[in-house]
Design a protein around this ligand. Structure first.
Ligand code: FES
Length: 195
């Protein structure tokens, strides 16, 4: 149990995620991760030191890992010969990027005006009660991150929430529970959290 705990802690501090099935030790996994970053850089940049591809590179990594870990940003800085200070500036400026670990599943509740008048507070209450997180929080197993946003672009359906990008119009408590259980079940099948 203790070994499991330390292994997870190490993975978390280097990669911002828990070990997955098939991972070797944390350092080999880190090398593997950096190779994947190289593939993404090659796809957009071909090592021509082209800064314009940076955003796309960050987006791809964010989709893959759910956030941008510091070692990965430092690697990109080295590979593309772009000062880390500039890279940090871009990722902290742009809201699409997260520099703190995020869960595998992103739950977003709209708190914009149209949704607010249609009952966002009650929806947010239901969501926080079921996933046991407050807005801005990620659970310790890195399963879920809950955030609020100002508008999801479909005000007529409000109050609205998204789970991994899928829209749900004013879901009931039962529906939210079903969604959460479905995701947990999927993870169990993938044995992601069993290591
Ligand atoms: S205000 Fe909620 S979708 Fe626009």
């Amino acid at each position: 149990m203790k070994i499991k705990f330390f292994r997870s802690k190490k993975y978390f501090s280097f990669l911002g995620r828990l070990p997955k099935k098939g991972d070797l030790d944390v350092y080999s996994t880190m090398v593997k991760e950096l190779r994947n970053v190289d593939k993404i850089i090659e796809k957009y940049n071909n090592y021509n030191n082209d800064k314009s591809a940076l955003i796309q590179i960050f987006l791809d990594i964010q989709v893959r890992n759910h956030w941008l870990a510091k070692p990965i940003l430092m690697w990109i800085s080295k590979r593309l010969k772009i000062p880390i200070i500039l890279i940090n500036h871009i990722v902290t400026f742009c809201k699409a990027f997260s520099t703190v670990p995020r869960g595998c599943h992103l739950v977003q509740v709209c708190t914009g005006t149209a949704c607010h008048v249609r009952g966002t507070s009650q929806l947010l209450e239901r969501v926080t009660e079921i996933i046991k997180l407050k807005p801005g929080e990620t659970d310790e197993n890195l399963r879920f991150t809950l955030t609020t946003v100002n508008c999801l672009g479909c005000c007529a359906l409000g109050p609205v929430m998204t789970v991994d990008g899928v829209y749900h119009s004013n879901p009931s408590r039962k529906k939210i529970k079903e969604l959460v259980n479905k995701l947990k079940e999927k993870e169990r099948e993938e044995e992601l959290w069993r290591i």
